[in-house]
Design a binder for this molecule. Structure first.
Ligand SMILES: C[S@@+](CC[C@H](N)C(=O)[O-])C[C@H]1O[C@@H](n2cnc3c(N)ncnc32)[C@H](O)[C@@H]1O
Length: 187
């Protein structure tokens, strides 16, 4: 049963039971490290999570959170743009997770932008294993987020149907600014 509460919750639900012990996953937007911790718990002792963020504070927050949970050894944290993820990761990834926007409680000027988000999506799809998933929560309640929403809708619409299944979710009674979810599964 997957409750249809909101886009972020749906993204998390699509991870539950999908990520397995020993998997390699990517958290493309570390922020405060909540998602990264969840992924580290799912991949277990034999798995690995690569995390990316352009802010030193996000890397530090995530590192502290993982250390406290005794899971720092399951993660490799990279202080650079997710558009560069192929420099560090080989193909065969189970899940690439994006939670777009800015660091909660941080500088709203440092936000994800379509110019780097789109190349990062393309890299993520190249890295996924067959059956692997790309999950993207999009926040259109600000100017950059709205640009990302439009760009990602077009991106998803252009994916080759023989290679990818794409799902775009919105919650129409939550208002026009409510987060959306893009989920892509590689054939
Ligand atoms: C909404 S937050 C992520 C929240 C996080 N998933 C969590 O569980 O706390 C978005 C993050 O994306 C980061 N970001 C912005 N541009 C980026 C880029 N090009 N590459 C990687 N991270 C980026 C921001 O610094 C911010 O920390």
């Amino acid at each position: 049963m997957i409750p249809l509460r909101n886009a972020r919750y749906l993204s998390q639900s699509l991870l539950e039971g999908f990520v397995r012990e020993g998997d390699t996953c990517v958290d493309a937007t570390l922020g405060n490290g909540h998602d990264c911790l969840r992924l580290c718990q799912m991949v277990g002792e034999t798995g690995l999570v690569h995390g990316f963020d352009v802010q030193e504070g996000a890397i530090q927050n995530t590192e502290d959170r993982l250390r406290e949970a005794g899971m720092l050894g399951r993660a490799r944290l990279h202080l650079c743009s997710h558009a560069e993820m192929e420099r560090f990761i080989s193909p065969g990834v189970r899940v690439v997770l994006f939670n777009l926007g800015w660091l909660p409680g941080g500088d709203h000027g440092v936000t994800t932008r379509a110019e780097s988000t789109l190349p990062a999506m393309e890299a993520a799809l190249r890295l996924l294993q067959g059956g692997g998933r790309l999950l993207v929560t999009i926040y259109p309640g600000h100017e950059e987020g709205l640009r990302e929403l439009r760009a990602l809708r077009a991106f998803a619409g252009g994916l080759d149907i023989r290679r990818f299944n794409a799902l775009f979710c919105e919650f129409p009674n939550q208002g026009s600014e409510a987060p959306r979810l893009l989920a892509v599964e590689k054939a």
